[in-house]
Design a protein around this ligand. Structure first.
Ligand code: FAD
Length: 436
């Protein structure tokens, strides 16, 4: 039995890792369009500094998967304590925002506490993300932080997003909000309070660790852009670059919106193509910027909701240890999301870096352009799945269709779900167990 996996990111590699144990499987072929595996878990290098596609950290509530990831990395692992801040009017507020309200100016503390204690939205059923924020946190916390930050990262209005991502966020107890307003900072989201990260090699070290455990059954083909898939009786024919492959089973981890277009089935209902064309996602620009001063101190990631600053998050890479630090300087990664053809997408790198420098001055991380040593900008089309109001309906239709075609959809954009690395590996493990 031959299995072919379309795409070569973490979902493909972890699926191959589990599938190779299946005795009825003779061969597993991974077809990746880029020249190396890893997808969003690749790590790049500029001027000796290794950086990810947006800083990745390893954390999970899923102990089995967390142990697997950490175990694969073995000695090449460092444990860190979260030190994230929200920058609000040049002040550092500890993450999560609602647990450190006393750092805000007095009028903002009052707005947040009053909105929480006297919340007219509490009794409503919430149908979208914005309603959920208002009901759970009240008007002040929503309008000062949650709403502008979410608009900025998603490039999508939270009132047009559903509650799939947020519905499990618990309402903070009244006592905690009062304590936080009076100056007692409380640690929240405890499953992310400690995390791990490879000592060297960035997140791609995890990909390499998986690859080193793949046996002889697994064949990897990079530079293999899959452009056509067709079902022929019980088998499938796949075209990638100039090669044709025949396979018994397919696991697709490439973006499902693209897969729908290359899957040739004359009986594919039009509603499937429409559903796939209506899936929403955003893209990301990342900028590595090495500067002379260090005004981030012992902190790692900073969330910036301010609309006048182009990036939504900036992270100090030096935080991850000596292998991510360059002497006498500080290296940041700024992240900017965009949607196809919007202003950020259309801006060239020179325009983007100018806006980043303005942002760095606004938040007080540089004094002038002279503080910059070097920078590098990269763009990635697929970054975040957007749970817009039609996402669930669209994906249910698409999943149902491919189930009938006996094709497995796996991965962040393969199954079009907001999945982090741990959830990706869990999804692969569960999928391979059903194949057994
Ligand atoms: C900014 C950012 C920060 C993140 N931070 C974290 C974090 O801190 N912690 C965490 O756990 N997770 C994090 N993640 C999530 C993590 O990166 C993903 O969960 C994971 O990388 C998804 O793997 P995947 O294989 O599903 O998708 P991808 O990595 O997107 O892989 C899909 C692969 O398919 C290939 N492909 C596409 N089309 C074709 C084609 N036609 N033919 C052949 N190949 C094709 C692509 O080149 C790619 O290699 C973050 C993601 C982003 C964007």
């Amino acid at each position: 039995m031959i299995y072919t996996i379309l795409g070569g990111g973490l979902s493909a590699i972890s699926a191959a890792y589990f599938l190779q144990e299946n005795k009825s499987v003779d061969k597993i072929l991974i077809l990746e369009k880029e020249d190396k595996l890893g997808g969003l878990c690749r790590t790049f290098n500029t001027n000796g500094i290794e950086f990810d596609v947006g800083p990745h950290i390893i954390f999970s509530k899923d102990k089995e998967i967390l142990d697997l990831m950490n175990g694969l990395l073995g000695e090449n692992l460092e444990r860190h304590r979260r030190s994230n801040r929200i920058i609000h009017k040049k002040k550092f507020v500890q993450y999560p925002f609602e647990n450190d309200l006393s750092k805000l100016p007095k009028e903002d503390v009052d707005y947040c506490v009053n909105g929480f204690l006297h919340n007219p939205y509490e009794s409503y059923e919430t149908k979208n993300m914005l309603q959920f924020f208002l009901k759970t946190f009240g008007e002040g916390i929503t309008n000062i932080y949650l709403r502008p930050y979410n608009e900025k990262i998603w490039k999508f209005d939270p009132s047009f997003m559903d509650v799939q991502m947020v519905e499990r966020i618990p309402k903070p107890p009244k006592e905690d909000i009062l304590k936080s307003a009076q100056g007692e900072t409380i640690d929240g989201y405890l499953h992310q309070l400690y995390f791990t990260y490879p000592k060297t090699g960035g997140t791609e070290a995890l990909i390499k660790a998986f690859i080193s455990r793949l046996g002889s059954k697994v064949k990897i083909c990079t530079n293999s852009n899959v452009t056509c898939v067709e079902k022929k009786g019980n088998k499938y024919k796949i075209k990638a670059e100039n090669q044709i492959f025949e396979t018994d089973r397919i696991i697709s981890t490439m973006p499902v919106n693209e897969f729908c277009h290359i899957y040739k089935d004359s009986n594919m209902p039009e509603e499937i193509i429409n559903a796939s064309d209506n899936l929403k996602y955003n893209s990301i620009i990342i900028c590595i910027i090495n500067v002379k001063p260090d005004y981030a101190f012992e902190n790692y990631a900073f969330m910036v909701a301010d609309k006048n600053v182009i990036f939504h998050r900036i992270s100090k890479l030096d935080f991850m240890g000596k292998y991510y630090h360059k002497e006498n300087s500080t290296t940041y990664m700024a992240e900017i999301t965009y949607r196809k053809n919007d202003l950020n997408d259309k801006s060239n790198n020179k325009q983007i870096i100018e806006k980043i420098m303005d942002g760095l001055k606004t938040i007080g991380f540089i004094n002038s352009e002279d503080d910059i040593n070097f920078y590098e900008i990269k763009r990635f089309e697929y970054a975040y799945v957007i749970y817009d109001l039609n996402h669930r309906k669209n994906m249910d239709l698409i999943k149902e269709y491919f189930k009938k075609q006996e094709i497995y959809l796996n991965g962040r954009f393969g199954s079009f779900e907001y999945l982090n690395m741990d959830a990706i590996i869990r999804q692969s493990k569960n999928l391979i167990e059903t194949i057994k």
